[in-house]
Design a protein around this ligand. Structure first.
Ligand code: PLP
Length: 399
């Protein structure tokens, strides 16, 4: 039959997260949503900041239809790109960044797909390294761009990058490395020392193999960090960096599909790479990101969601679960708790959790087996109601 078997396979096999989410809806209809402890999906529960809704109203009341709903330049509105490059300059000290280094996109998924397509040469055997645990869609994006995904295993327990493992995965075919910090699903923020060591290895290997290895910084969770932890800005450590940013989590706007790519101005062949980004956006059909939300972003460049709500959930879950005997990394960022399953098979553990109406995600597809992810971007009340169920589940394993 004449259709694409690869895309058929992607479309016909639902992700494990979606599978659980669908089950959650069915179960909620049976026993009431308040009795289902669904921690499966990374959908922000904290509302978008008031500035966002104010900006939308103000824009609708004062601006022309063409500005609000018309096409922008393929790479995004010049004024919006200036607002973003000015913000990167003042926040991270990247003095020479300009609007011509920014490409507006439909969120981090589009940013990643574009960056990978822009640097990977299809048919050349390129490889792209990601660090476990990793966002499952990387495999889809990397393979779609024509490269092989290579996984580097983390340090046990801390889930920081294991430099020896990382170095051993780099080959003459390595074209790009994806870094996601704060991390989905572990919530770990890579330390500055980790980033320095990683960039030293990248420089050494680029020189050894005589070609650039690109660093792709996937940063939708950059603003979601707790207790004053800072997230190193990768361009400041490694010039061949492309930043994939998104407002999905930082402003709680995942349905609006808005974000950007920033190409480091000091990158080797920066202008050509930017053109390649533009070409990849064109080839993938990701031109002219949503116009209204480009304008909203320009007006809300410094707005932030109230992350205290996530922090409360994090503390409550971490303190309670560890007191019940669960083992987990204390997350410094994002809104996920990465918990060791109480048996080797995380799928079986999730099934037993389901009997207590707890819905969590097994992390085998994230590249680490024996762990589950709890997405705590939810009501505090749901966390409180779920605690006795988590306790009962732990006690079941002690018998
Ligand atoms: N990267 C990571 C690590 C994510 O967790 C997500 C979404 O959950 C994305 C990228 C995609 O984000 P967006 O909604 O901006 O496309």
């Amino acid at each position: 039959m004449g259709y694409n078997k690869k895309t058929y396979a992607l479309g016909s096999k639902r992700s494990v997260i979606r599978e659980i989410f669908e089950y959650s809806k069915t179960r909620a209809a049976e026993i009431g949503a308040e009795n289902v402890y669904d921690f499966s999906l990374g959908n922000p529960s904290v509302p978008a900041p008031a500035e966002v809704n104010d900006a939308i109203r103000e824009l609708l009341d004062t601006q022309s239809s063409v500005l609000l709903h018309g096409y922008t330049s393929a790479q995004g509105d010049a004024g919006v790109r200036r607002a973003i490059s000015d913000s990167i300059k003042s926040r991270f000290g990247i003095e020479n960044i300009t609007p011509n280094h920014i490409y507006m996109t439909c969120g981090a998924a589009a940013s990643l797909s574009i960056c990978l397509k822009a640097v990977i040469e299809e048919g050349e055997g390129d490889e792209c390294i990601a660090f476990a645990p990793f966002f499952t869609e990387y495999r889809v994006f990397v393979e779609n761009a024509g490269a092989k995904l290579v996984i580097s295993q983390p340090k046990a327990k801390s889930f920081q990058i294991d430099m020896a493992d990382f170095e051993s995965r780099i080959t003459p075919r390595t074209k790009a490395v994806i870094v996601n910090s704060p991390n989905n699903p572990s919530g770990v923020v890579y330390t500055e020392q980790t980033i320095i060591s990683l960039c030293d290895i990248l420089r050494k290997k680029s020189e050894e193999y005589g070609h650039v290895i690109y660093l792709i910084a996937d940063e939708p969770y950059r603003e979601l960090v707790y207790s004053g932890v800072t997230v190193p800005y990768l361009m400041s450590y490694y010039k061949n960096t492309l930043v994939c940013y998104s407002y999905s989590k930082s402003l709680s706007l995942p349905g609006e599909r808005i974000g950007y790519i920033a190409v480091c101005p000091d990158m080797d062949g920066c202008e050509d790479i930017y053109l390649s980004v533009c070409g990849a956006g064109r080839a993938l059909g990701y031109v002219c990101a949503p116009s209204l939300f480009q304008q909203v972003i320009a007006r809300c460049i410094d707005a932030k969601v109230n992350i205290e709500i996530y922090k409360e959930n994090r503390d409550l879950l971490y303190d309670s679960l560890t007191s019940y005997g669960y083992e987990c990394v204390k997350p410094d960022g994002a809104f996920y708790l990465f918990v060791k399953a109480l048996e080797d098979d995380a799928y079986r553990f999730c099934e037993r959790a389901k009997a207590h109406e707890i819905l969590v995600v097994p992390c085998d597809d994230f590249g680490v087996s024996g762990y589950v992810r709890i997405a705590y971007c939810t009501d505090k009340q749901r966390v409180l109601s779920a605690l006795p169920a988590f306790k009962a589940l732990a006690e079941e394993y002690k018998i």
